[in-house]
Design a protein around this ligand. Structure first.
Ligand code: NAD
Length: 401
């Protein structure tokens, strides 16, 4: 389930919207032969090439697709900047009738060529609806894509690394609450036992926390509870669980005017994207003295993991890097106290301050060096992988639509 983006500002000129939110470039892509229709948005390259996923989605209209790609690419800029990465933010959306249907090789190649024309200003990754296979096919026509399979030098499933990052964020959250980051004996409620939630539950249990889990798919939650040794409750009850930390690891906005009323947690720290229905919820949580660990800082393990692909992937390096989330989250809470802000707004301020300090006025161009090329021009990603030797990855053929 992905929230349909708001297109209420659809009447406003796109360039006006770009200017008011600081977007550098938006590229509309069409290929009649493969029926490709896509929009690529580069929000910022002030800190380096713009990294962000490709989303395949059925949008009610092109205006909704544009609204979504502008919003998502801006969010990626903040996420990368807060995580201390040398990347900017970008995103691509592909308008499809059914995101669950496999894409043709021709469509993916046409999209890959459009990414290639940007010369590395936009580095593609997986997002909702995309698969590793899609990334592998795109990799046949451009090196500017991440999230490819391990055989092609890719980083594989990011979820275990994301879960480690959430634990790091949770340690900072607990220290802010009580002065100790120790998980031993803490009560944590995990909403959603999918890829990240199930691993998070295991890590927390290993660290001595008392964990309770829930999932829309109750059978899945029970399976995780049995394997990991946690308690399980109905998915409708998890938000009201009395606990030290509530960890949202499901989908969609969780905290609304309605749901925050019945919370019985002391803090919120989880992997889910867009946990707050809107910015005002940040203020409401603050006034209720529930400590909110901003989602885009807590779940940055996924993007940190992908960024490790650039020079040649190492899971050890990715895991070590992800633990720095504890330091970043601690800084967010400090900044919140210093400026009298709720933590969500403090995290945005932290990201913007860094862009201003390190990247003001800069725009990364094809062939420029990057932080990880030690002064040399960026020519490719995963330089150790000889792409000429790789077999073609044939995507499943699409049946007549
Ligand atoms: P997933 O699809 O594997 O798991 C999500 C789980 O949530 C599913 O089991 C689903 O049944 C359950 N769910 C959905 N709605 C629910 C509800 N209302 N109550 C209880 N359970 C519900 O997804 P994932 O890869 O584990 O990602 C979880 C969240 O973390 C997503 O919001 C994702 O965008 C975000 N995230 C994931 C990663 C990653 O590395 N996978 C990285 C960054 C952010």
């Amino acid at each position: 389930m992905v929230a349909v983006p708001d297109a209420t500002d659809a009447g406003e000129a796109i360039t006006d919207r770009m200017a008011s939110h600081g977007h550098e470039q938006v590229v509309f892509v069409a290929d009649a032969a493969s029926d490709l229709r896509a929009v690529i948005a580069i929000h910022s390259t002030a800190l380096g090439p713009a990294l962000g996923g490709i989303r395949f989605w059925r949008y009610p209209s092109e205006a909704h697709a544009v609204a979504d790609v502008l919003r998502l690419s801006e969010a990626m800029t903040l996420k990368a900047a807060a995580a201390g990465l040398h990347q900017g933010g970008g995103k691509a959306v592909v308008l499809v009738d059914d995101p669950d249907l496999p894409r043709s090789v021709e469509l993916l190649h046409a999209l890959g060529r459009a990414v290639h024309e940007l010369g590395g200003r936009y580095l593609a990754a997986e997002d909702v609806g995309a698969t590793t296979r899609d990334m592998d096919v795109i990799d046949e026509v451009t090196p500017w894509v991440t999230g490819v399979s391990p055989e092609r030098g890719g980083s594989g499933d990011p979820s275990p690394v994301t879960a480690v990052g959430v634990v790091s964020a949770m340690r900072a959250t607990l220290r802010e609450l009580d002065g100790s980051p120790d998980l031993d004996g803490r009560v944590v409620a995990v909403q959603g036992t999918g890829h990240v939630g199930s691993r998070l539950a295991a890590l927390l249990t290993d660290a001595g926390a008392r964990v309770v889990v829930a999932d829309l798919n109750h059978e899945r939650a029970c399976k995780v509870a049995n394997t990991v040794g946690t308690a399980v409750v109905d998915h409708q009850a998890i938000l009201e669980e009395e606990c030290d930390v509530l960890a949202p690891c499901a989908l969609g906005p969780v905290f609304t005017d309605e749901t925050v009323r019945s919370l019985r947690c002391r803090a919120i720290c989880g992997a889910a994207n867009n946990q707050l229905a809107d910015d005002t919820i940040d203020d409401i949580l603050h006034s209720k003295r529930i400590l909110y660990a901003p989602d885009f800082v807590a779940n940055a393990g996924g993007i940190i993991n992908i960024a490790e692909e650039f020079e040649g992937y190492s899971r050890e390096r990715a895991l070590a890097r992800v633990e720095t989330i504890e330091v970043v989250m601690t800084r967010v809470f400090e900044l919140a106290r210093e400026r009298g802000l709720p933590p969500g707004r403090a995290a945005v301020a932290l990201a913007r301050d860094r862009i201003e300090r390190e990247g003001a006025g800069r725009r990364w161009q094809p062939g420029d060096p990057t932080a990880w090329t030690a002064g040399a021009p960026l020519r490719t990603l995963r330089p150790g992988v000889d792409r000429a030797d790789l077999p073609e990855t044939r995507a499943p053929e699409v049946s007549a639509q």
